[in-house]
Design a protein around this ligand. Sequence first.
Ligand SMILES: C[S@@+](CC[C@H](N)C(=O)[O-])C[C@H]1O[C@@H](n2cnc3c(N)ncnc32)[C@H](O)[C@@H]1O
Length: 396
Amino acid sequence: MLQKKVLNKLLASAFDVPVMVTYWDGKTENYGEGLPQIHITFNKKLDLKRMAKVPTLELAEAYMKRDIEIDGSIQELVTAAYRQADSFLTDQSGFTGSLISKFTSSHDKETSKEDIQSHYDIGNDFYKKWLDSTMTYSCAYWAHDDMTLEEAQIAKVHHILDKLHAEPGKTLLDIGSGWGTLIITAAQEYGLDSYGVTLSQEQYDYTMTCVKELGLEDKVHVLLQDYRDIDQQFDYITSVGMFEHVGKDNLAEYFKDVEKYLVPNGRALIHGITGQHYGAGVDPFIEKYIFPGGYIPNVVENVTHVLDAGLQLDDLEPLRRHYQKTLEHWADNYHKVFDETVSEYGEEFARMWDLYLQACAASFEAGNIDVMQFLLTKGASGHDLPMNRAFMTARD
Ligand SMILES: C[S@@+](CC[C@H](N)C(=O)[O-])C[C@H]1O[C@@H](n2cnc3c(N)ncnc32)[C@H](O)[C@@H]1O
C-alpha cells in the first residue's frame, strides 16, 4: 500500500506526457491529460529506499530485469521525466536522490585499460550491428538534414579536419582513435601523417586490418597504449568522444597533455560531451553498466582547463541536436537487431543497451548534456586561421 502511495505521488508529477501505469496487483491508473501513448507496467515492487537514493539506477535495473516494462518510446518518457525533474526531485517528494553518481573511480592506467576494454571490447561484431559502416562511435554532423548516418559521420570527420585548416605533409595525433576512420581520412584526403591511440584491442585490430588493406602503413600509425604515454609532438591533435573517459581529477592534466603534445602554434580540435543542468557528472546507471570511470564535465569546467593549460580558445561549437539525432539512428538500428542481440548476449544486456541509447538521446533532447567542439591553438602568435568561420563549413 505504502509503495503504491509513494509511486502514485511520484508518477503524478514525474511526466508532462500522459502515461498509463499498471501496478503489480494488476490495477491500472492513468496520469496526465489526454490519451496515454506510453504504458508502464510494474511487474514487481521497487526498492523504495534505493529508489530515493539512486532513482535512475533502481529504475534501470528493474527495466533490465523486466520488473518494469515500457510499451512506447523510452526516449519520450525519459525526456518528459527530465523536463519535470525540478518538480519531483524535491524535499517534499522524498525523492531527493541524486541523478549524478557519487562513485569515485580510479583512473590509473591499469584501471583505465580495464574500463575501456569492458566497453569497447564487447566485440567488433556487436558494434557492427548498429553503428554505420565507418564504425564511428561519436556524434555525427548533419551538414544537410537529409544525410544518412554514414554521410553525417563522414561529414563530421571533414568538419573536424577542415577546422584544423591542416597543411598536407604535417603530423596529426588522434587521441582515442576508435575504429580509425578519422586517421585514415586524414591520411588519404588531407595528406597528413596520422597517428591514432586507443586502449581497445578490438579497435586496434580492426584499424590495422583497414590500414593494411588500403596500403597505408607508411601514413597511418595505430598505437595500442594509454594516451598519457605519448612522447612525441604533433602539428595537429584531434580527440573525439574521449575526454568523457578521463575522469574529473584528470581533466586538467588531459588538456595539459594536449598542449604538451602540440608543436608551438600547433592546433587541436577536441570534441566531447559536456554537461549542463542534470548532465554534469555521470548518471549512476551509466557509470555502473556502460562507462565505468566516465565523467561529463560542465562546459565551463573544460574552458577553465583549456585556459589553464595555456591553450588559446579559437572556436567553440555546440552540436547537441546532432548527437540526439545520431543516438536516434543508433537506437533505430539497434532495434532492428534487438532479437539477435538477446539470443547472443542475453536479455538483460540487450535491454540495458536499448535503455542506454534511448536515455542518452533523451538527455540531449532535454538539454541536460551537449556536445562541444573546442578549436584550440598552442600560443596566440603565428596564427594562420582565416578571420571568419567560412573555412569550417566550405564543404557543407
Ligand atoms: C567513444 S570512443 C570514440 C572513438 C572515435 N574517436 C570515434 O569518434 O568514433 C573513445 C575512444 O577513446 C579511447 N580511450 C579512452 N581512454 C583512453 C586512454 N586513456 N588512452 C587511449 N585511448 C583511450 C577508447 O579506446 C576509444 O577509442
